[in-house]
Write a protein that binds this ligand. Structure first.
Ligand code: AHM
Ligand code: MG
Length: 344
């Protein structure tokens, strides 16, 4: 039996706290609040279909997308649990236009959390895996003053923690605080997350590519050439790549993290309002980029490391190419014109 069996997420947090000189327990309390929020969301997701939480809420969010009822429930749950932790000074949700103020009754903490409460929500009604993604920063301004835009718009390399919870065949929480990546699976019989995937490392090279090929006609030539090469370049690369794309970022990312491969959501010219692709820098690209780097992989816009992109506004979108290092490097060679491929 693995020596890790039985390590609860609380054990893990406390151990990390004890190993961090000067730790006050604030960060641990913040993580515990996130874990509780995710257990509540898992409960609600698990009951979808039984109670009246499936379907559309009848409103449009800041991204111009239809809000699902579960989106709203999840958003409120994360907001409430994190605010009540007393450890945050600002929250930013994919679902809300502005920075979320912390209600007056709660103390202000030193952390800022960006989150996507329910990623992949267009898949909810079809029972496909969905998830919550979070990204944590420490405020840079003095604790007594107001939180500043500089605190909120820090580049991804300044994250102090990031992760996601996938509500799938089981409920799995994957996170990192900068010392590798660990995955915990919820044991519903005891209501605890147990360490199930210690020290995750992504394979150096994979055989899976994940991209919405419906957008092929709207990509730049280099991206098209790369995907042609993946599909038709066997004599050159010698690999039978498989295509896997669910349309839930957490599910696509999680599979590729474990098995190796590349996920792409490049810029496309389909929607003039979204010239940089669909995914959001702060609540989707940065946390996953932090995780993949911790797991030995890479994440790029094609021309820049994701974690180095300086955000200019909270809902900024960014092309995201992420996965096994060899695969991401080859994509970059196509973007830089060092490689081309002509389908015969
Ligand atoms: P959401 O945050 O509104 O759910 O949108 C993000 C989702 C990602 O989970 C997924 O990778 C992407 O949208 C799929 O987009 P598309 O349907 O264009 O392929
Ligand atoms: Mg999302």
């Amino acid at each position: 039996m693995s020596e890790n069996v039985g390590i609860t997420i609380s054990n893990h947090f406390l151990l990390n706290q004890q190993l961090s000189p000067g730790a006050t327990g604030s960060f641990t309390r913040l993580l515990q609040a996130l874990v509780l929020a995710c257990k509540i969301i898992q409960r609600d997701v698990g009951k979808a279909g039984l109670v009246d939480v499936l379907g559309r809420a009848g409103t449009i969010n800041v991204q111009g997308e239809e809000v699902q009822k579960l989106d709203e429930l999840a958003n409120n749950t994360v907001k409430r649990r994190l605010s009540a932790s007393g450890e945050v000074c600002a929250l930013v949700s994919e679902e809300e236009a502005d920075i979320i103020e912390i209600p007056r009754q709660y103390p202000r903490g030193n952390y800022i959390v960006h989150f996507d409460p329910l990623d992949g929500s267009s898949n909810i009604d079809a029972n496909v895996s969905i998830g919550t993604i979070f990204s944590i920063y420490r405020r840079e301004s003095l604790p007594d003053g107001d939180t500043t835009m500089k605190d909120v718009l820090q580049p991804g390399h300044r994250q102090v923690g990031a992760g996601y919870i996938i509500y799938g065949s089981s409920c799995v929480l994957v996170f990192s605080t900068g010392q590798g990546v660990n995955g915990f699976t919820l044991d519903p019989s005891i209501g605890e997350f147990l360490l199930s995937h210690p020290n995750i490392k992504t394979p150096k090279k994979g055989r899976i590519y994940s991209v919405n090929e419906g957008n092929y006609g709207y990509w730049d030539d280099q991206t098209r050439s790369y995907v042609d090469w993946i599909k038709h370049g066997y004599s050159e690369h010698g690999i039978h790549y498989s295509s896997r794309y669910v349309g839930s970022l957490v599910a696509d990312f999680h599979r590729n993290l474990l098995y190796g491969g590349i996920f792409l959501y490049p810029a496309d010219f389909k929607d003039p309002l979204k010239p940089k692709g669909k995914l959001r820098l702060m609540c989707e690209a940065n946390p996953l980029a932090y995780l993949i780097e911790q797991a030995g992989g890479l994440a790029t816009t094609g021309t820049e490391r994701i974690l180095d992109v300086q955000p200019n506004y909270i809902h900024q979108r960014v092309p995201l190419i992420i996965g096994s290092p060899d695969d991401v490097n080859i994509y970059q060679e196509f973007i830089q014109g060092q490689r081309t491929f002509q389908r015969s």
